[in-house]
Design a binder for this molecule. Sequence first.
Ligand SMILES: [Zn+2]
Length: 198
Amino acid sequence: MSGRIAAFLDRDGVINLDHGYVHRWADFSFVPGAVQALRQLQAAGHALVIVTNQSGVARGRYAEAEVLALGEQLRAHLLGEGIRLAAIEYCPHLPGGTVPAYAVPCDCRKPAPGMILRAAQALDIDLARSMMVGDKPSDIEAAHRAGVGQAFLVATDGVGEPAPLPATLSHTPRYRCLLEAVQAWLGPSAGPHSTLRP
Ligand SMILES: [Zn+2]
């Protein structure tokens, strides 16, 4: 199989601190080490793809336009750091949400693999050689369903222990934060790393 290697990355709790329904750039703060992790992935040739559930849209907490606007500010900020995002995929849906247009079943809300598959097709990604980092079981399940070769679970906001995983996903490597997971994925040359559960 041909194609580029990608790093599929959850956003809230992995790239930025998860204050709950973050939707304004003013409320966006990076998890320590996240920008460095993105830089290392890019240097190693990975397409950087954010895959984020944004059910706040279906819940009426913020508009889809605000998701897009925040994404553009994140893109611009990272470009200023020399880092280019290949894609930002988001799911605004939630069955049972309060905004009818978005309160629908979909194939993109993680753990469904739709966002990953969509980006992989658009960017010619070799999923089997790619990786995913998330802080929730649904991130890991989405990666598996899409055929992503390796998934990593990290602690939300890089603090404490990663979430418990169901037995079927319990072989997933667990790290404290994105940077530690990326350094484990890229190998010792990317810098020192440690694991919570060797
Ligand atoms: Zn969706």
